[in-house]
Design a binder for this molecule. Structure first.
Ligand code: WTA
Length: 649
């Protein structure tokens, strides 16, 4: 972000108090919830008491920096809180999910039906040899089988590890191996803009050679549209297994600190980190934040547009909303298929009241023009949410005016895969919002902005966002790698959790997130590390060296810009450029495909040989160059810049 942008943000004068009729029935109406949050252990303990446990905890928190245990000694099963509890209370006929398939197929799933399916699939998993403590990889599109499979794992105490359907076979293999999953659940294919994503074919490639996977369950989704091969002895059809499965499956008694799931996220060194979340604390964090941030009431229709393959879908499509007994929407397709009105059509059809999406989507909608949302009745909406990256004030105002018709509060929610639940956000019935600010920490969450030395900055200051005390839904470790956990999150400042995000505090104490300060790019809200893309590029036989940076992009937030030097004797060409872009997509998945690749004779390096990414970022972002005195050969930069400008014009 440029200094100018930052200055304009911090002097933002527009502010939006919660509408009076919203406050009237809000779950949190005033400051008292923040007061209660000043004693975090008591606050979280009271929230935990609202949920069902087989056995209560002996102690709320055990903190052995940086390792935390919450609700120590407590026993529960998250599926009881998601499903059984509502069915037993007579709400079994309430719709849990409306499923909207891309081709237009629709089906409503009640809580009672969902519970039956979960129990049946839990028995299927047991029948395949999955036991408490095992890991199961899920590689599915956005169909109802995904939450069913997640909950079935949780029912029997197996940890799920979901791999987003846009990931490549190599990425799947890494995650299957790291987690040592026994079983994988996939589908023949998934619908995406009228095409079929070849999920099963990707799994086949991922499992070539030796693999810990013993069985592969396949959901029939796209059928004849894409024939697949079923491997004898390994591959089994979901519908055939379910036809014979018993619907009697008592929930496994889980310790509060038993592993609930692993979710991989990009690491700055390139190797993805398996973020480990446990049962009790995650359950309390997800349930509580959903209740207060999204202000759920019995008559709400809630739609979060994220993919369940990301943390947002874990916490705010599956677990959080179900624990609150909400009715949610699960949508398989894309916002611009069959046309650019698809989202608004869904909101109109289901009378969605709460809508949670990402800034990259909002900026795309802005580009498509107001005529699309204007064609539809969006009057059911009462609350809007944003997540994934900083939302620029123009996008915020557009969201407020065009989608929210100036009557819906906007909750800009900051959090991470690692935090498990929302950490910084307005509360819609309490907080006066400012366009572009995530406002303040959630009750019971202790954040600060610190300078290079870990000293807290005051109003008007800026620095690194840190979290000062443990919170229930925090990651417990990097799966199988406690050292990496300590090094990545707890070594930059001792005693403080390092988020990797830059942040400013304005004179009113409002927080303004400034994006990553490390080598993670945020491309359309997806975290992709520069190192990951660089190693994919150098794995191509023609590439000698590469440096990857994120440059500002008006829609995606950041776009991937790669600088590549070729091996001796290899000539650059448009074909090679195309091939390299596709190579990265094959290695990592389409989301990591560079927007541009620049061939260069040299990369700018310091005298000690480090690539100066800062300079490349400036070149790609079209900025004036900063200090170049540490460069080994300053002329490299100038020739790169000249070449870049020529290519771009
Ligand atoms: C960024 C997604 C500004 C941030 C839930 C964070 C945000 C990373 C916001 C985590 C927001 C997420 N404002 N930045 N409201 N929400 N981020 O793990 O850089 O996919 O560190 O979790 O996204 O991304 P992740």
């Amino acid at each position: 972000m440029s200094e100018e942008t930052i200055k304009s943000l911090l002097t933002e004068e527009r502010s939006f108090p919660p509408p009076a009729d919203f406050v009237k029935r809000a779950n949190a109406k005033d400051e008292s919830i923040y007061e209660e949050g000043k004693n975090p252990e008591a606050f979280w303990e009271n929230r935990a008491k609202e949920l069902t446990w087989f056995k209560p905890w002996d102690k709320v928190l055990e903190w052995d920096l940086p390792f935390s245990k919450w609700f120590v000694g407590g026993k529960t099963n998250i599926t009881v809180n998601c499903l059984d509890r509502h069915v037993e209370a007579g709400r079994g006929d309430k719709v849990a999910f409306y499923f909207e398939g891309e081709p237009g197929d629709r089906k409503a799933w009640t809580y009672a039906e969902l519970l039956t399916e979960v129990k049946k699939f839990a028995n299927v998993l047991k029948g395949l040899g999955v036991e408490k403590g095992d890991r199961v990889t899920l590689y599915l599109g956005m169909t109802i089988e995904l939450p069913i499979a997640m909950l079935a794992c949780a029912r029997i105490g197996a940890a799920h590890t979901i791999v987003f359907g846009g990931f490549s076979p190599d990425s799947i293999r890494d995650r299957v191996e790291d987690s040592q999953s026994k079983v994988v659940v996939t589908a023949d294919g998934g619908w995406r803009r009228g095409n079929v994503v070849p999920l099963k074919a990707n799994i086949d490639k991922a499992l070539e050679g030796s693999t810990p996977i013993q069985k592969c369950v396949v959901v029939k989704r796209t059928g004849d549209a894409l024939p697949i091969e079923m491997q004898e002895g390994r591959d089994l059809w979901w519908h055939e297994l379910m036809a014979d499965a018993s619907d009697d499956c008592p929930p496994e008694e889980m310790d509060a600190e038993d592993l609930l799931f692993i979710l991989y996220t990009s690491g700055t060194t390139g190797k993805p980190k398996g973020i480990a979340h446990t049962t009790g604390g995650y359950m309390v964090g997800a349930a509580t934040t959903t209740k207060y941030v999204f202000d759920l009431h019995d008559d709400d229709i809630y739609w979060c547009t994220a993919d369940i393959g990301w943390i947002t879908g874990h916490s705010y499509i599956t677990y959080g909303p179900l624990m609150n007994g909400a009715t949610g929407v699960i949508f398989e397709g894309a916002p611009n298929f069959p046309d650019k009105g698809r989202f608004w059509d869904i909101i109109q059809h289901y009378k969605v009241t709460i809508f949670y999406t990402a800034p990259t989507a909002i900026r795309a909608f802005m580009g498509w023009g107001t005529e699309w949302p204007e064609k539809y009745d969006l009057s059911s909406l009462r609350l809007l949410g944003s997540v994934g990256e900083p939302i620029n004030p123009e996008a915020w105002m557009w969201y407020h005016e065009v989608i929210g018709h100036e009557k819906c509060p906007i909750v800009d929610t900051w959090w991470q895969t690692e935090t498990g639940a929302i950490m910084i956000t307005p509360l819609p019935g309490v907080t006066t919002t400012k366009p572009g600010s995530a406002c303040r920490a959630f009750p019971g969450i202790d954040v600060a902005v610190v300078d290079e030395d870990g000293k807290e900055v005051g109003p008007g200051g800026g620095g690194f966002l840190v979290i000062k005390s443990p919170w229930p839904s925090m990651l417990r470790t990097v799966y199988g790698d406690d050292e990496r956990y300590k090094q990545v999150y707890w070594s930059r400042f001792p005693h403080l959790y390092f988020t990797g995000d830059g942040c400013k505090v304005d004179e009113d104490g409002y927080l303004w997130l400034m994006g990553r300060v490390d080598d993670i790019m945020l491309v359309a809200g997806h975290n992709i590390s520069t190192a990951e893309v660089e190693s994919a590029l150098v794995s191509h036989e023609t590439v000698a060296e590469s440096a990857v940076v994120g440059r500002p992009d008006p829609v995606k937030g950041q776009a991937i810009s790669a600088f590549v030097t070729l091996k001796q004797g290899v000539d650059s060409s448009d074909e090679l450029l195309k091939e390299l872009r596709n190579h990265v997509a094959t290695k990592l998945g389409p989301i990591a495909k560079p927007a541009e690749i620049h061939f260069t004779a040299d990369l700018p390096k310091t005298r000690s040989g480090k690539i100066m990414r800062r300079l490349l970022r400036d070149i790609a972002g079209g900025k004036t160059l900063g200090d170049t005195t540490t460069l080994a050969d300053p002329s490299v930069v100038e020739s790169l810049r000249a070449q870049y400008e020529k290519q771009e014009s």
